[in-house]
Design a protein around this ligand. Structure first.
Ligand code: 1GP
Length: 242
């Protein structure tokens, strides 16, 4: 089964976001130890169908991604999916790649420029490439995505614009949609908004940014998200149990 098929068929996928700039390779053993006890607990508490690791970050530049992924492989057999902040964050050593289109913004660099720049490496790659419409929703603090892309997030109050952006993203052929409040957001994407978007689209919905408790994650699944992403909560406390 491909990663995309697993998202289409699995009702509850947890994405654990790891930013290689924030986790030193030297910390891997601590990370591995923490994950070995955390993952079974999260799986049970959230009734998960699967967990995958997302790798990437908006500001990552000088990390040797191939080496980093090889080290990561030593501690997990879970799928590793790239979540790139730029065309430079491509590695054949991963399993898949979210091919992000920042459709909430109007910066051509993040609508087509980065994608074209990545194409020469992707055209002969065996990576599973998942076209993903990426919608940045205001999370109450300026996000790295907003800063780096030079685009403003959509206001959560402007529901119609978010819904229309989601529908347009699906009609353009994206295979997933990602509702993103930004890493470390104060306000996550609400269950209400998740539910309204989920009702309108037939492709997997990913939700992330500012989710810190099991309850918050569970409510996003209940509202219709196929995949919920958590990063900061685990970065802050490797023994996070939600
Ligand atoms: C960010 O959605 C992810 O792209 C995860 O956000 O770090 O706030 O969990 P957090």
């Amino acid at each position: 089964m491909t990663i995309l098929e697993s998202l289409q068929q699995c009702k509850r996928t947890l994405g654990i976001l790891v930013d290689p700039e924030k986790l030193d390779v030297e910390d891997f053993s601590a990370f591995a130890k923490a994950m070995s006890s955390t993952i079974p607990q999260l799986t049970k508490a959230l009734e998960l169908n699967q967990i995958i690791f997302l790798l990437g970050g908006s500001t990552m530049t000088d990390v040797n991604l191939d080496y980093w992924i090889d080290e990561f492989r030593k501690i997990t057999e879970l799928k590793l999916v790239l979540f790139p902040g730029s065309h430079r964050q491509v590695s054949e050593h991963a399993d898949g790649l979210l091919f992000l289109n920042l459709i909430s913004g109007r910066n051509p660099q993040y609508l087509i420029g980065e994608q074209v720049a990545a194409a020469s490496r992707l055209r002969e790659s065996a990576l599973q490439i998942i076209p993903t419409g990426y919608i940045l929703v205001d999370g109450g603090v300026e996000s790295a995505v907003s800063r780096v892309s030079g685009t403003a997030p959509l206001s959560p109050q402007n529901e119609e614009l978010i819904l229309n952006t989601a529908v347009a993203g699906a009609l353009m052929g994206n295979q997933c949609l990602y509702l993103e409040a930004g890493s470390g957001a104060k306000v996550s994407v609400s269950e209400h908004l998740v539910s309204r978007v989920a009702d309108l689209i037939q492709i997997p919905l990913i939700v992330g940014g500012g989710l810190y408790t099991l309850k918050e994650i569970k409510h996003r699944f209940d509202a219709g998200a196929q995949m919920v992403v958590v990063g900061t909560a685990i970065e802050r406390n490797l023994n996070w149990k939600g």
